[in-house]
Design a protein around this ligand. Structure first.
Ligand code: UDX
Length: 451
């Protein structure tokens, strides 16, 4: 296998995973970031991101000499062995959602400005961040180099399994109008033996949105179906199990929840809507997917009202609620666009008093003390302390530890024995045995629909 010299700009979640994994495939990788303190920590082997296997891989590849960290893209250029030039430059800088749902490309632009003119002839610039359709073309324009090709190579990494997803991908997508450059980028991954889709840049860029928006649509569909189950007396877990056996549908991504969140799905659904708008296409299905998700948060609040007050319109003023799980999903400390926090904000607006617990924040980072509050929600040290005196306990993130909590201890801590499990992860029979009333989503027999 032919190892390449790879420069990765941006050591966030995507960049660091890309850098460490490409190094583990045998390439010589230099990662650059503008945050000098972060680079310093990475050099010491301190990885701020909670991602299984990532810290170990960074340590292993750093000591093998295949992975180094530098401050600034300019410094990366001269950091390869024997001062040889980088052959591939991965852009893994943030592309946050800007005004009107369009991705903000300033970080990409500033990297091009910094190193574009310095790249050796024949370098391939790869867009790894999720970017609007047309960004590869725009990057090429900014570069103003006929001897440097631009390729789109979207990542499909899930938080909490990014290393696993990178090294065992369902597919590799590489898009470019320069076939030779696309093949060189695909070759970086050859050892993984994954199906590879070689296409044009615009199709590769659209594919990332198409995948994430499809997943969002699947989840909104399931959440809507769970609501329908409640109304007709059916059970969502039986329904999803049954439809999931159809291989065209599949079992994955069919769990109802408090709504989808995180750093990708919300951003990408809005961005694709924007792409559609600017192409004069009214993407009704996508709009409904987003609206269903927004409504899902209110629906959880309505469930809490009904469970606690017996009325859909009952007041939550001064009602103490314990929130278990604040991250957008289990296995991460990421709070970006977390449905749990959106629900917390709605509950607080309604006058409720909140106490949260999340296992991701039990310990502080890099020797610091753990946070005492998140987004205005005071944090308790454990689930039982959070539940103390609560009129309802809400399970908002599917952390496995919530399944195995000693619910009888929770039952003796709470003021009223109500558990609203928005992830359907705690066994209702266990809760009932502990003397707690279980309210889930779309479950037969929960009896929380009628007023
Ligand atoms: C997602 C995509 O899965 C990944 O391919 C892409 O590259 C980045 O965006 P991620 O944001 O890490 O990954 O989260 P993911 O695991 O997809 O979950 C997204 C949201 O859906 C979370 O809020 C999660 O809790 C929710 N979810 C997921 C459900 O409610 N039910 C499910 O069955 C699955």
């Amino acid at each position: 296998m032919f190892a390449r010299r790879v420069m990765v700009v941006g050591t966030g979640y995507v960049g660091l995973t890309t850098g460490a994994c490409l190094a583990s495939l045998g390439h010589e990788v230099v990662c650059a970031d503008i945050d000098a303190a972060k680079v310093e920590r990475l050099r010491r082997g301190v990885v701020d991101i909670v991602e299984p296997g990532l810290a170990e891989l960074v340590a292993e590849q750093t000591s093998a000499g295949r992975l180094t960290f530098v401050v600034g893209a300019g410094a990366a250029l001269g950091s390869f062995e024997d001062s040889r030039p980088a052959e591939v430059l991965f852009l893994c800088v943030p592309t946050p959602m800007g005004a009107g749902g369009v991705a903000d490309l300033r970080a990409v632009e500033s990297v091009i400005e910094e190193v574009g003119a310095e790249l050796a002839a024949g370098t391939v610039v790869v867009n790894k961040s999720t970017v609007p359709v047309g960004t590869a073309a725009r990057t090429a324009e900014l570069l103003e180099r006929t001897d440097v090709a631009v390729v789109s190579n979207p990542e499909f990494l899930r938080e909490g399994s990014a290393v696993k997803d990178f090294l065992g991908p369902d597919r590799i997508v590489v898009g470019s109008d320069n076939q030779d450059a696309a093949e060189r980028v695909a070759a970086l991954y050859a050892r993984l033996g994954a199906p590879t889709v070689l296409t044009d840049a615009a199709s590769a860029e659209l594919m990332k949105y198409a995948a994430n928006c499809f997943l969002a649509m699947k989840l909104s569909y399931v959440n809507a179906m769970a609501e329908l189950c409640e109304r007709v007396g059916a059970d969502i877990s039986d329904v999803t199990e049954g439809i999931g056996y159809d291989r065209r549908i599949g079992q994955a991504f069919l769990s109802p929840g408090p709504g989808w969140g995180g750093s990708c799905l919300p951003k990408d659904t809005h961005a694709l809507l924007q792409v559609a708008d600017s192409a004069d296409f009214e993407f009704r299905l996508l709009r409904a997917t987003i609206d269903t998700n927004t409504r899902q948060r209110q629906r959880i609040v309505d469930k809490v009202r009904l469970a606690v007050t017996g009325k859909r319109t009952g007041s939550l003023s001064r009602v103490r609620l314990a929130l278990l799980g604040l991250t957008f999903k289990a296995g991460t400390d990421d709070l970006r666009d977390s449905p749990a926090l959106a629900i917390a904000a709605l509950l607080r607006q309604a006058g409720a008093e909140l106490v949260g617990f999340d296992p991701a924040f039990v310990e502080g980072k890099d020797g610091a003390a753990p946070p005492t509050e998140i987004d205005g929600v005071p944090l308790a040290a454990d689930a039982v302390s959070a539940a103390q005196g609560a009129e309802a306990v809400l399970v908002l993130t599917e952390w496995p530890m919530f399944r195995t909590l000693d619910w009888s201890v929770i039952a003796s801590a709470v003021k009223r024995p109500i558990v609203i499990d928005t992830r359907n992860i705690v066994d209702p029979a266990t809760l009932r045995r502990a003397g707690l009333t279980a309210v889930g989503l779309g479950r037969r027999g929960d009896g929380d629909v009628a007023e």
